[in-house]
Each structure stands twice: as structure tokens, then as C-alpha cells.
Design a protein around this ligand. Structure first.
Ligand SMILES: *Cc1c(COP(=O)(O)O)cnc(C)c1O
Length: 459
């Protein structure tokens, strides 16, 4: 399997190179040159355990020798607290795919535990060092830190906007004592953090000198790890219900998670529909309803991990949607850079996409959905999951069961649970245990030079 850039760069890379690079040099995102069709394997895969299934899916895309790959997968998912890794629960007339049993209680662990192991594997082999620079508005930071803490050959620098992530999210990051972890609270917004990150990464000399790496959701290994649970959940639910197809509802921010579902469908998994759910930051849901992708200002909501206006993985989708033509895609992305807006004409049937449909859930609807599931079923939905469950409602049918992705444990967003239900119901011992731990964090101005200097000093 070779990896190519969405923007047509000539270089083709193997998996290990693609994982270490993150972004292509031409600014494009990396994609496999072909997506393998696995229709004839589905029968044999149906009853596999999570890690066996992960091995079957991942080996199609990687150049890591099989015994090592199996070992990486086993180690990555042994940190999960459920034997199924990502168990499926039937609640009312939907199925909830619980992706939050990893160390930081968010679905990002599924990808970042694997990515951390993959980085360490490659670096050990090549004897190189890597310095990860990341920007987070919340969940990514702690999951990334947990994925690489204490590992050899890797340092991680994580910027978060000072005072603008929840106190709990901040503690999840800053209480990690390992010497290779550097937290930076930037005096500014998340956009400032992202801008600094972009500037630093565009300095190729600096990037090469310090072997900068990313863990952001554009890294192909993250998408790959997420493809697995679409197969796992579809098999479980098809066995349970006897259905021949399933639908998924995915609370979406950067289009990473849903893009993994899109690839699973392209591989031949019988998915009848992907429901893309956003909160009030609805650039993606507007796109799938109108064909116009135009960024707006970011609103703070109770599902903060989806408070995003430009979805970094969307380029991968657009690449396929626009005919897998890197020239067209490059032009369109350039146009978006200048106009902050692009339009895609509908398909012959008037839809924007055959598989993906989309909607948005606002705060009132999200809280009402949390309340409904708590009173009816005694099941707590975190606010991100609740957005997905709300938007999925009109599509729920028996023929093609609805699987809603649960992306965070409710205890990570206990205030929203309290607002919705009137009671303080969401707790988790892992989070309670953080309360009294010492924290470590540098507070720095929103200046690219200062961040650079800080990195150079600590590397
Ligand atoms: C990151 C995140 C999302 C959004 O995932 P994308 O891959 O960015 O679409 C949804 N819910 C939670 C809890 C998250 O942390």
C-alpha cells in the first residue's frame, strides 16, 4: 500500500513514512492509493474479537511486519477497560457504540493509543527522535499525551488556550508527570494555537531540524484505527438484529471520525447511511444540505470538541467527491483559502452525497435528548453523543439499525448532564482521582517566536 497526497505531490510513501509525516509537503493530506475492497472477507471477519479484527483491517494498509503489527494492536487496546474495547449497547430503538473506555474517556484514545505505539515502533527502528507539537481545544490534548507519555524517542508539546478549556480537561493534561510531556497554556484562543502551529510547521527548516510531528486528526494512522470500530459495531448489530445493513450517526467536528466510516463503506461494509451531526457550528451540516462550504465564526457550545469551523479532514472527503483529481482539489482548496467559501454541485439525484446526510442539534435539543435518555432508559449520553442521537432520530428504522457513536464518557461533561437532568449524576473514579494531583504547565503569550523558543529550550 502506497500513500499519495490529495494535492498531487509526486512522492509516494509507505505507511510508516505517511504516519511520521502527517501532512504532505504540498500541503495536502495523505490517502492510500487504493482502498481495498473486502466484501469477500466480511463473512470470515464477522465473529472476530476487536483486536483480531483490527489486525485484519490494519494489515491491508500498513507495511509493518505482521507479528509487530499484532503486538502494537494488542498493546494499544490493553489500556481499554472493556473486553470488547468498543462495546455496543442497545438502548431503546438505537444501538450505542461506546468509544470511551480508553484511558482518557474519549473516543480519541482509540486512535491515539495506536498512534503512540506506531510512532515508538518506527522511531526505535530508525533510531530517530520526534518532537510532537499539538494544539487542542480539549479532548485531543489529553488523549495525545496519554498516547505518548513516557515513551522513548518522543517529546510532546501541547498548546491549549489559557483558561478556555474546562478545568477537568486542563487537569487531565497538566497532571501527567512524565518528563517528555510539555503543556503550554497560550494566552489567546484555540484559533491562535492553530495559527501558531501552522506557522511553525510551514517552516520546513525548523520542522526538519527538530523532527516535528503531529498527532492531529489528519494523521492517516488515526483514521485507520477508527475504521476498525465501524466494522466491529456493524458485525455486532447485524448479528443481533439479523439486518443486512446498518446506519451510523456520528457527532462531527473535524470530519475525522466520520471519514473513517466513509472509508469503511468504500471498503464494502454494508452501511446504508452515515448521519453527520453537528452542533450550532454547522459548516459541515450546511454543506451536505446545500453544497456550499463556507466558514463562519465559532460559537462556544456544550459539546466543545465539535466547536470547529474549518474541518481539517474534509479535504480527504472532497478529494473523492470531486472525482479523485488532485488538480481540481488543489484549485478548490486554493479558492477556499481566498474566498472562505466553495460550492459543489449536487449529484444527478439532487443530493450532495449518496451516503452522507446531515443535520445540526442546538443546545436545547441536546439537553432534551440527554434528559430523555436518562428518564426513559437510565442511560447517560454525553453532550456530543446526544447531538448525534438527536440528529439521527428521523432516520431510525428497523430495516437498517441505527448505531450512534458515543464519543465521550458523560463524566467528562458533568455540568451538561447536571443542566439537562437537574442532578449531578455523571462521575468517574479516574477523573475524581485527578483532583488533588500536582500540575505542570508553562503559560506563554500567543506568539510563534515564544513557542519556538520554549520548544528549543526543552528539546
Ligand atoms: C473530537 C471529538 C469529536 C469530533 O470528532 P471529529 O473526528 O473531529 O469529527 C466528537 N466528540 C468528542 C467527544 C470528541 O472528542
Amino acid at each position: 500500500m502506497q500513500y499519495i497526497s490529495t494535492r498531487g505531490e509526486n512522492e509516494r510513501r509507505g505507511f510508516q513514512d505517511a504516519v511520521m509525516t502527517g501532512l504532505a509537503r504540498d500541503g495536502g493530506l495523505l490517502l492510500p492509493d487504493v482502498i481495498p475492497n473486502v466484501t469477500d472477507k466480511l463473512q470470515a471477519w464477522k465473529h472476530l474479537s476487536y483486536t483480531d479484527l483490527a489486525f485484519e483491517v490494519m494489515r491491508l494498509y500498513t507495511d509493518i511486519p505482521e507479528p509487530e503489527l499484532r503486538d502494537l494492536i494488542t498493546r494499544s487496546y490493553s489500556s481499554f477497560r472493556h473486553p470488547d474495547v468498543t462495546p455496543v449497547r442497545s438502548v431503546g430503538d438505537i444501538h450505542i457504540l461506546e468509544l470511551f473506555h480508553g484511558p482518557t474517556l474519549a473516543f480519541k484514545d482509540v486512535a491515539l493509543q495506536f498512534l503512540g505505539n506506531a510512532f515508538e515502533y518506527v522511531l526505535k527502528k530508525t533510531g530517530q527522535e520526534m518532537n510532537i507539537l499539538a494544539a487542542t481545544s480539549g479532548d485531543t490534548g489529553s488523549a495525545a499525551i496519554d498516547g505518548v507519555k513516557g515513551r522513548e524517542h518522543i517529546n510532546i508539546f501541547v498548546m491549549h488556550p489559557h483558561g478556555r478549556v474546562s478545568p477537568l480537561q486542563e487537569r487531565q493534561m497538566t497532571t501527567v508527570p512524565d518528563a517528555n510531556v510539555f503543556n503550554i497554556a497560550v494566552d489567546g484562543t484555540f484559533d491562535d494555537c492553530q495559527r501558531i502551529m501552522k506557522t511553525i510547521f510551514s517552516d520546513l527548516e525548523f520542522k526538519d531540524r527538530y523532527s516535528l510531528g503531529t498527532v492531529n486528526s489528519i494523521n492517516w494512522a488515526r483514521v485507520l484505527a477508527q475504521i476498525v470500530y465501524y466494522f466491529f459495531a456493524a458485525f455486532r448489530v447485524m448479528r443481533l438484529t439479523g439486518a443486512k445493513t446498518v446506519q451510523f450517526s456520528i457527532p462531527t467536528g473535524n470530519f475525522g471520525d466520520i471519514f473513517a466510516g466513509y472509508v469503511a463503506a468504500k471498503m464494502g461494509l454494508p452501511i446504508s447511511r452515515l448521519v453527520l451531526a453537528t452542533n450550532e457550528n454547522d459548516i459541515l451540516s450546511r454543506f451536505f444540505n446545500t453544497g456550499v462550504y463556507s466558514s463562519d465564526t465559532v460559537h462556544a457550545t456544550i459539546s466543545p470538541s465539535m466547536d470547529i469551523q474549518v474541518a481539517s479532514n474534509f479535504e480527504r472527503y472532497l478529494y473523492y467527491r470531486l472525482g479523485a483529481n488532485p488538480k481540481t482539489l488543489s484549485q478548490v482548496m486554493k479558492q477556499f483559502d481566498t474566498d472562505k467559501k466553495i460550492s459543489v454541485p449536487p449529484l444527478a439525484n439532487g443530493q450532495i452525497d449518496d451516503l452522507i446526510c446531515a443535520g445540526a442539534g442546538n443546545t436545547v435539543q441536546t439537553l432534551a435528548t440527554i434528559k430523555e435518555f436518562q428518564t426513559r432508559y437510565g442511560y447517560l449520553l454525553d453532550p456530543h453523543t446526544a447531538v448525534g442521537v438527536h440528529v439521527a432520530k428521523p432516520y431510525v428504522t428497523k430495516n437498517s439499525p441505527m448505531i450512534c457513536l458515543a464519543t465521550a464518557h458523560p463524566a467528562k461533561f458533568s455540568q451538561a448532564i447536571q443542566d439537562a437532568t437537574g442532578s449531578d449524576l455523571a462521575h468517574h473514579p479516574i477523573l475524581e482521582a485527578l483532583r488533588d494531583l500536582p500540575t505542570r504547565c508553562a503559560i506563554l503569550p500567543a506568539s510563534e517566536t515564544e513557542i519556538r523558543r520554549h520548544m528549543e529550550k526543552n528539546i
